[in-house]
Design a protein around this ligand. Structure first.
Ligand code: 4AD
Ligand code: MG
Length: 464
């Protein structure tokens, strides 16, 4: 049942049970006409508000009701009746309207459309708008669908640490976590900061990924997933990158790259199907006001098998495309987002899973293919967004893993436990990471990743 319908049904039910109905919420609009006032009240539980009609017979009409304006919090009681006017089926004929919290006359969220840039400066209020309210409800539904998908397939949710001493992606873009006062941090004899005297006795950071610990879980519990915030100090001010984002990372023992790709496809399809089923009102809103065709795109993904191609094939197709890309296409270079978008949007016109990337462009932990040129990596690319998922089969052969670590400039001693896992009951295993906000960009049609997370953190910006 969609939110609005559920709410009216609930109100009718309470009324049938002999009670008056009561609503509490914030005024989206307030119109005072001749001898009657109309309020659109929303409590954020669904897209539709409910209209409350108040007449001068109310004891506080002159003193209080007439002064109500957009942004006020109120409570209204009365009778639910069929609405004579267009725009809503039901309205509440108020027996009482009580002001709970007034709003200043400078309340910034008036009925007109505000730019998303402007709304970002109002992080404390923007969830009261139709768009951000819908985003938050879809975000909730997506988190729930993700957990349900894994739960139904026997995955355990593993709570991997946020404070970390390893750099999973080996990209060196980590936020340091320290309890030192920068002005008086202890020094070594040669003047460098003495991290051995920091809180953990060594350098520590905010995690970029729960994967390495998820692998520990998978090699004991077979199927696990971690789901939580991850942090990257990349200075990339794009509409697709956040410094703090939520990632879900399943990890499965006895699984190879093919199985991993199949899991990712089944997972995306199931989550999007659940959003279509549960978020009808909100998705229709996005379709009408944000991105025309977003619902059809979701339906298409849910019903169409994903394309699969190797990186080598993808490069060949890109070279044959006749396109003048800003970044040249060449075997050995990572795919840029313009290449990814051409592949999925224009070439195959559906999600595509690109596999077996050159070892040089991927992280140290990926399984080395027989030719030693490529690794068993996969990226899931979708129209409009590009990379939605990154995953791989993991290197479970100890000697090769150690070699790859050294090549990537990592100290094997610091990752002794990760190597040791390959000495005791090591098995092929695989997993992936999905960025929740990238999924929401795709599902809602929103253009900027800052508008699909409640409190965005980006270079130069960590308000609220
Ligand atoms: O491709 P990535 O870097 O893969 C990993 O972190 C692996 N350890 C995952 C795994 O195999 N368990 O990141 C995974 C996904 C990306 O595909 C993207 O959706 C998202 O995380 N992502 C970001 N989302 C928002 N802002 C950023 N800065 C992101 N970086 C990655
Ligand atoms: Mg990636």
């Amino acid at each position: 049942m969609s939110g609005a319908v559920a709410r009216v049904a609930d109100l009718l039910h309470r009324q049938a049970a002999g009670g008056v109905v009561r609503v509490q919420g914030w005024l989206k609009t307030a119109r005072h006409g001749k001898g009657v006032s109309f309020f659109e009240v929303s409590d954020g539980s669904c897209m539709a508000g409910i209209q409350v009609v108040a007449e001068p017979a109310l004891a506080n009409y002159e003193t209080e009701v007439l002064a109500l304006r957009t942004g006020c919090a109120i409570e209204a009681e009365g009778e639910l009746v069929e609405s004579p006017a267009a725009g809503q089926r039901f309205e509440i004929r108020a027996a009482s309207v009580t002001l709970i919290g007034p709003a200043g006359d400078d309340y910034p969220l008036q009925k007109k459309r505000h730019s998303f840039e402007f709304l970002r400066t109002l992080g404390h209020l923007r969830m009261r708008t139709n768009t951000l309210g819908a985003v938050m409800r879809v975000r909730h539904a997506a988190s729930r669908a993700i957990r349900r998908f894994f739960d139904e397939r026997g995955f355990l949710e593993l709570h991997t640490p946020i404070l970390s001493t390893s750099d999973c992606e080996g990209a060196g873009s980590m936020f340091r976590a320290t309890h030192f006062d920068p002005a008086s941090a202890p020094r070594t004899p040669d003047g460098a900061t003495d991290w051995s005297r920091d809180f953990f006795g060594r350098p520590a950071f905010l995690t970029v990924s729960g994967q390495l610990e998820a692998e520990i879980g998978a090699l004991a519990l077979s199927r696990v997933y971690s789901f939580g915030p991850t942090f990257r100090a990349e200075n990339s001010n794009t509409s697709r990158h956040l410094a703090e984002f939520w990632m879900v990372e399943p990890e499965v023992a006895f699984l190879d790259l093919d199985g991993d790709a199949a899991l990712a496809e089944e997972f995306l399809r199931a989550v999007l199907r659940e959003l279509l089923e549960r978020c009808g009102d909100d998705l229709r809103f996005f379709d009408e006001h944000i991105e025309h065709g977003v619902v059809a795109a979701l339906e298409h993904v849910v019903t169409t098998p994903f394309e699969r191609m190797t990186y080598t094939d993808a490069v060949a197709q890109l070279e044959r495309s006749g396109r003048a890309f800003e970044f040249p296409v060449a075997w050995g270079a990572d795919l840029q987002s313009e290449h990814e978008r051409w592949l999925t949007e224009e070439h195959v016109k559906r999600p595509v899973i690109v596999t077996n990337y050159p070892r040089e462009v991927k992280a140290f932990y990926m399984y080395l293919d027989e030719d030693e040129r490529t690794v068993r990596a996969m990226d899931v690319l979708v129209p409009r967004v590009g990379e939605l998922i990154g995953g791989s089969q993991r290197e479970h052969r100890r000697d090769l893993l150690e070699r790859r670590m050294r090549e990537s400039g990592l100290d094997p001693a610091a990752y002794w436990w990760y190597l040791d896992l390959r000495r005791h009951g090591s098995v092929p295993h695989a997993g992936f990471g999905l960025g929740l906000e990238r999924l929401l960009l795709f599902a809602t049609g929103m253009a900027n990743i800052r508008d699909v997370i409640p409190f965005p953190r980006t270079p130069g910006s960590a308000d609220f």
